[in-house]
Design a protein around this ligand. Structure first.
Ligand SMILES: Cc1ncc(COP(=O)(O)O)c(C=O)c1O
Length: 682
């Protein structure tokens, strides 16, 4: 093993020009660092890498005069300069030290080189997370990893800082962090960034009484001299690291400029209580202070915000836009119908055409009614089930809209205005737990069992069939809420995909490519109450939505929409999971669900909550112009190129999440407000 330590230094420095030539223990800082490194037993060569700029001539001269080798290379291309300097010694292992680390410790370096060799690392540092005093930073890399970096690193921060390319490819390089055996000493600042730092470091060396004190010597001084310890203690060690990380991020992926959105919000929130028509579209869901607030245009799988920023869209109108924004066939159908009349005072024949289509597609559908929102459809199902059974209670799993019957106390302030008597009629039950449902149905005769057949969690084998059997056994109407899953997993919705047929079903999103319409359908027997119950409203049968639905369903058939969603959603989900594994984040985040609709989830990592992790992750996705809400609805308009760009953004966001967790700085890297929950599902 041949080890070469390369000290990277130059005279120009914005905060402290000439610091590497400033005197420390009687010689220039750069020479002092080289002498300390030369004391390490495992280091074979010590070289200074500086630039060919005339500013650096005195530095090169001083170091050469002290008997050390100097390599002078490009001022701008730091990576090339560094690797070329290392090549002078033909090493297989390279140590990287920067000119602001005058007290680098030879003993620590030897211990790290031992561990590097024993564990067959490609890269080992003692800063991620830091446990040594700031300024005792050491990085060790295989020469082969640096050569790969030289050919493959992207311009920008990967070439300016030499090692990011290695650190950002944990799947390719074996990375390690060396922990301080004496415990956490990262509260000490022994780096030289400003003149006051040099005064502190000099005082420390003087007090040690030996020109080259080891870390053990410095530790003694710091414990016996409170005044020096105080001078060298920082309140926030990470400020520098976080600041430079954020600057790097900003360079790689500048944050979107959000000005018009914010101005609109200032006005809108005065006029519109809660500021929004749909809670999950509000700013509390998109890193308020960082992300966009208003979208003004969409085309295919892309949307533009009020400030003109373009994003790849994944929430897709909360799952409603199945074909992509502005799909021409749908736009044409709407325009044609609008020109002929949108609302009449008698029925329109299109109602029959669409009802026929739904009966053809959806397994449970023998008869059909239409609504406008998903909530219309779920609430209609509940009313029909109560009418059919003469029972009051409802067994509910998950979210089914805004109406009184579906809200309970777990909605917090959002439950205000719903009488307790009404809330008490709805009993929640957990998903994928047949025993819990059976207990509930035994204890409380229920009119209906309502659930989404699938959401972020995939049903266990036999679960939906078991729910079907329990509902029948206990005389409850089985309602599948397919407001999202309908028109997504298969032609006939999740009931077709899983082969379990409910009595009634609500559908809506996706059916008309974002135009408001919903469906209640079911078997002849269970739709029978609709002959009598009150389910009637002015815009029922509004014609443009029906025309849009017919056009949408036709495009879905023609363009094999379902195959497309499974294929691209699969790429996204598999890609996400393998990136999470690569970054050691599989226990932190997952891309759950089935490919046509996946949900990115996060798990609390004390002290950080899942919501904090999601917020930071979302911020990094927004930086890269991906509209990320966690819910990923694949549309016919999403392309392989969209998925590839998204996976590249995930890789970047995961890198940041990894750094944030390792360095315990999730909050410091989050530049907007942490997201809030819209409501909690019970
Ligand atoms: C499963 C489910 N059911 C019902 C609804 C309510 O639909 P809407 O918001 O259109 O009233 C939603 C809305 O997100 C939903 O996801």
């Amino acid at each position: 093993m041949t080890v070469c330590a390369v000290v990277q230094a130059r005279v120009s420095s914005s905060r402290f020009p000439g610091k590497v030539l400033a005197p420390l223990a009687g010689e220039p800082v750069a020479v002092y660092i080289l002498r300390r490194l030369a004391r390490a037993k495992r280091v074979d060569h010590v070289i200074l890498a500086t630039s060919t700029s005339t500013d650096d001539a005195p530095l090169a001269a001083a170091v050469e005069a002290a008997g050390f080798r100097v390599y002078r290379g490009s001022l701008e291309d730091v990576l090339t300069r560094f690797v070329e300097a290392a090549r002078l010694a033909s090493p297989d292992t390279v140590v990287r030290i920067t000119g602001d680390c005058p007290l680098v410790d030879p003993d620590t370096l030897d211990a790290m080189i031992d561990q590097f060799a024993q564990s067959a690392f490609d890269y080992l540092s003692n800063v991620s997370p830091p446990t040594f005093p700031d300024g005792l930073d050491i990085e060790i890399a295989k020469m082969s990893a640096l050569e790969a970096t030289l050919t493959e690193a992207r311009p920008g921060h990967q070439r300016e800082h030499v090692t990011p390319f290695i650190r950002e490819n944990p799947g390719r390089f074996k990375l390690g962090n060396f922990i301080n055996p004496a415990g956490d000493e990262s509260m000490y600042r022994l780096t030289i960034d400003v003149p006051a730092d040099l005064a502190n470091v000099s005082a420390l060396v003087d007090a040690a009484g030996t020109p080259y004190p080891t870390l053990a010597d410095l530790r003694e001084v710091l414990s016996s001299r409170r005044d020096l310890a105080q001078r060298c203690t920082v309140t926030n060690r990470n400020e520098g690291a976080v600041g430079s990380y954020l600057r790097d991020l900003e360079q790689q992926a500048p944050r979107p400029v959000i000005e018009k959105s914010n101005a609109l919000w200032d006005k809108g929130k005065q006029l519109i209580p809660a500021g929004t028509q749909t809670l999950s579209k509000g700013p509390s869901q998109f890193v308020n202070g960082f992300g966009p607030k208003y979208l003004v245009r969409g085309e295919g799988s892309h949307v533009w915000d009020a400030d003109g920023n373009e994003f790849i869209d994944y929430p897709m109108g909360l799952g409603a836009v199945s074909l992509g924004h502005g799909r021409p066939e749908v736009v044409a159908a709407i325009s044609k119908q609008a020109a002929q009349g949108t609302s009449f005072s008698l029925m329109h024949p299109l109602e029959i055409t669409l009802a026929e289509k739904i009966v053809e597609l959806v397994p449970c559908a023998e008869r059909v009614r239409f609504g406008k929102n998903g909530s219309d459809a779920t609430s209609a199902c509940i009313r029909a089930a109560r009418a059919k059974t003469g029972r009051k209670h409802v067994a509910r799993c998950g979210y089914h809209g805004w109406q009184d019957w579906s809200i309970d106390a777990s909605y917090g302030i959002r439950a205000r205005g719903v009488p307790e008597e009404v809330m008490s009629l709805t009993r929640p039950f957990p998903y994928n737990d047949l025993a819990a449902l059976e207990k509930l149905l035994q204890e409380t005769p229920c009119a209906a069992v309502i659930l989404e057949p699938i959401a972020a969690v995939v049903p266990k084998d036999g679960y939906l069939k078991g729910v079907r059997e329990l509902a029948t056994k206990y005389g409850a109407v089985l309602i599948f809420d397919e407001v999202i899953s309908g028109f997504r997993y298969a032609r006939g919705g999740a009931q077709e995909y899983f082969g379990v047929t409910p009595d009634l079903c609500s559908m809506g999103k996706g059916m008309a490519n974002g135009v408001p319409i919903s469906v209640v359908c079911g078997t002849r027997e269970f739709m029978e109450p609709f002959e009598e119950i009150f389910f009637s409203f002015t815009f029922g049968g509004e014609t443009t939505a029906i025309a849009a639905a017919l056009a949408t369903l036709e495009v879905m058939e023609q363009h094999r929409y379902w195959d497309h969603c499974w294929k691209l959603g699969g790429m996204l989900q598999d890609g996400y999971r393998s990136l999470a594994k690569e970054h050691g984040l599989s226990a932190v985040t997952d891309c759950a669900g089935l490919p046509p609709w996946t949900v990115v989830t996060f798990t609390d990592q004390a002290p950080w909550s899942a919501l904090q992790l999601k917020t930071l992750f979302q911020q990094e996705m927004l930086r890269r112009r991906i509209l990320f809400s966690g819910s990923q609805f694949i549309s016919l308009a999403h392309s392989t190129a969209d998925i590839e760009r998204t996976l590249a953004a995930y890789a970047d966001a995961m890198r940041t999440l990894r750094f944030a967790l390792d360095s315990n700085v999730v909050d410091q890297l989050t530049l907007g407000k942490v997201n809030e929950l819209v409501f909690r599902r019970a």
